[in-house]
Write a protein of this length. Structure first.
Length: 443
């Protein structure tokens, strides 16, 4: 069967083994659980349901990993973006405490799943480092380490000297970092290989995935959930809507309340030419995943072929691909001056992008849609490990674990007021972040 709408070009699409082919759904089916969306959330939920012998069908508009799961930076980060344990617990009390535990264990759980399912996802559990971009931000690093330590996370503070030694980064100048902290359970993966590997594991365990099958809408019919698709329908006892930031990408009728809880922000990803071994010995020699505290984030990690996979954001998307490349190359050299010796300078072999779903308070939104019906949105750019752990919890709920024992902070869907306006104004957040970064650095 032909795949009519394959992954858009990216590093991951170029280097990853082609996907299995999954037939579209035609006609009506009746199953125990129907899952809409074959990203890391939906596929991990399906995996855990199949491990427990539960029947499930996954409906995917394009192919497994087509959304954020197959195009992200692949950094495995056991924290949320900007919201720390105390704030999570203040917002969600006991459920918040359980959720903090889920986040703390999410990276380890991801690497364990990769090992258990023998997925070749180019996984490197080398730790995740968050450098701080201004001296004042060391307090933030100290607070993060204290809060995560208190709940049992494997984290450590890094002084300016320790950080520069660990990462091989500049000791002074505009790209220098001033210290930071790191979580040893983090690391990085090829996220498309992980998504396709999970899809294979689900299929091998008897799960059914229908690709090229956009779900149009879902609803209740008596005691059952019903999902209608372009050429068929599925009725089921349990439902997971795992469409996340792509909730309105294929059908505005599917889940407008979920879609309007997040504003999409375009994140550009870029992979350099392979970095030669002599430079790799001093540029992130331990091959950690790195993302700093800037509002206009600087991030990078190696892939299995020794490319630095990095990127950035830009206010005006017109010509963004061309305009961003020199900017991101300059920032890399600011932070790792050794890279200036690359013959011909830094070049980017692959440039691509994806939409990150941002909530106003940087907290994810997790919902029960009705009896045995689950959904979440709002990864705020920290969702690879999180999506897999949330998917596992959804499966546990469907398998009978009571709602108040799940490590999930349920809320009612709350669409952002004046959504279209909020979406139009979202790019301004980048300018605000850039100004705040400059202010902190005294610029
Ligand atoms: C560019 C980028 C970089 C990122 N970098 C990182 C990172 O380094 N580390 C990190 O932790 N997080 C990162 N993230 C976030 C992370 O990728 C996501 O949080 C995570 O992949 C979400 O997985 P998901 O399964 O919930 O959603 P998705 O992967 O988006 O899956 C949703 C799926 O639903 C399908 N779908 C949508 N509508 C329908 C429909 N009507 N019918 C059927 N199927 C439908 C889509 O095709 C898609 O496959 C990044 C995100 C982006 C976009």
């Amino acid at each position: 069967m032909k795949n009519d709408a394959p992954m858009p070009p990216s590093l991951w699409a170029a280097v990853t083994k082609p996907p299995l082919l999954f037939p579209p759904l035609t006609g009506a089916r009746s199953v125990d659980t129907v899952i809409v969306g074959a990203g890391l959330t939906g596929l991990t939920a399906a995996l855990h349901l199949r491990r427990a012998g539960m029947e499930c069908v996954v409906l995917e508009a394009v192919e497994p990993g087509w959304g954020a799961s197959g195009r992200n930076n692949g950094q495995i980060i056991p924290t949320l973006s900007r919201v720390d344990p105390e704030a999570i617990i203040a917002a969600h009390r006991v459920a918040g405490e359980r959720f903090v535990g889920l986040i703390r264990d999410s990276a380890q759980s991801l690497f364990d799943t990769i090992r258990e399912e023998r997925i070749n996802a180019e996984a490197e559990q080398t730790g995740w480092v968050q450098p701080v971009h201004s001296p004042g931000r060391m307090k933030l690093a100290e607070s993060r380490v204290a809060q995560w330590r208190k709940v049992g996370a494997k984290v450590a503070l890094l002084s300016g000297v320790e950080l520069a030694q660990k990462l091989g980064s500049a000791a002074s100048g505009p790209g220098a970092w001033h210290g930071g902290w790191w979580a040893s359970t983090g690391g990085h993966v090829n996220p498309l290989a992980l998504s396709r590997g999970l899809a294979r594991a689900v299929t091998e365990r008897g799960g059914v995935i229908h690709a090229q099958t956009p779900a149009l809408a879902y609803g209740r019919a008596g005691s059952r959930w019903v999902v209608t698709t372009t050429q068929g329908r599925v009725d089921a006892r349990a439902l997971i809507v795992a469409t996340n930031a792509a909730s309105d990408a294929f059908s505005p009728r599917l889940a407008p309340a979920l879609a309007h809880e997040v504003v999409p922000v375009v994140s550009w990803q870029m992979a350099t030419q392979p970095i030669p071994e002599n430079l790799r010995q001093s540029v992130i020699p331990e091959r950690n995943a790195v993302s700093d505290t800037r509002g206009e984030l600087r991030f990078m990690r190696y892939d299995a072929r020794h490319r630095l996979v990095t990127g950035g954001a830009i206010f005006n998307q017109r010509g963004a691909e061309q305009r961003l490349q020199p900017l991101v190359a300059r920032r890399l050299v600011e932070t790792f001056p050794q890279l200036a010796t690359l013959p011909g300078g830094i070049t980017f072999d692959y440039v691509w992008n994806g939409n990150v779903g941002m909530t106003r308070d940087y907290l994810p939104r997790v919902h029960m849609l009705g009896p045995d019906g689950y959904a979440w949105v709002g990864c705020n750019g920290r969702g690879v490990a999180l999506a897999m752990s949330i998917g596992r919890e959804f499966a546990r709920g469907i398998l009978g674990v009571p709602r108040n024992e799940l490590a999930l902070p349920f809320t009612e869907p709350e669409p952002i007021p004046f959504y279209d306006l909020a979406k139009r104004l979202a790019p301004l957040a980048l300018l605000k972040a850039r100004r705040a970064d400059a202010r902190e650095l005294g610029g």
